[in-house]
Design a protein around this ligand. Sequence first.
Ligand code: IPD
Ligand code: CA
Length: 279
Amino acid sequence: MKKQINWLDILIRCKNNIQEQIKPLLKKLDQPQPNLGIGAGGDPIKQIDLAAESAIINTLREHEVSFTLISEESGIKKYGQTPNDNFVTTDPIDGTTNLVRGIPFYATSIAVSTKPTINTIHTALVTDLVHGITYTAQKGKGAYRNNQKITPSKTESLEDAVIGIDLNTYKIQKIAPKLTNLIQRTKHIRHLGANALELCYVADGTTDAFLDIRGKLRTTDMAAAWLIIKEASAKITTPKGKLLNVKLSPKQKVAFIATANQKIHKIMLSLVKPEKEMK
Ligand code: IPD
Ligand code: CA
């Protein structure tokens, strides 16, 4: 018989361990950082990313669970006797540039699924590591912010909406024309630099929408926030309004429009000219 695992409890222990392990490194950010090569997701690895990832792996191993790790840093690694029973997808630190530069907005993101696909995620956690705010979700049980149930905003007009847009790309000439219609009708545009957390802001009504149509975000960054959005009853689809059905892998890219409600979703879909859909 398969062992019953309390994944939510384990994910909370993972984030507690991360907070503990990164504390000393946060004090040393002004010192020269070692060159640790390039991570599986394609970005240079920082010591702090690795410390956060080790904290997750060590906590999972202490609980003697078998799992396949899908991480932005180490890539795909198998642990235990039956690693295909559980897939743990993580971006140990989302918003590393913010962290390194002292901008107080970065998070850890961990999702657990039965297969390496986004739609089999059943437990998720995103923690704002600066403000100690933890978002969690379990399939069918709603989404929570520090144990309080969350719901998205009821904003239905673009004029009132606060909308996050990730414009972080060298291919801006290609992306910008797709967003002009939307931007010229929107008063409050933001990009805070940690997409997992920005999606949680849509889930709890802090903002009204967040979109990333660049086609360069990795699924490892937003896997956990996907379930939090869903369980909060916010909306997330491809830029064409289709179901987001992507593989979980540090190499897999994703593009999406996430909104607080159906009405604002419809308006945004009609204004954004979609980039070609991700396979
Ligand atoms: C980054 C953040 C950022 C987004 C980048 C991501 P990272 O994650 O989510 O907001 O614009 O594309 O790579 O690299 O700090 O884990
Ligand atoms: Ca990262």
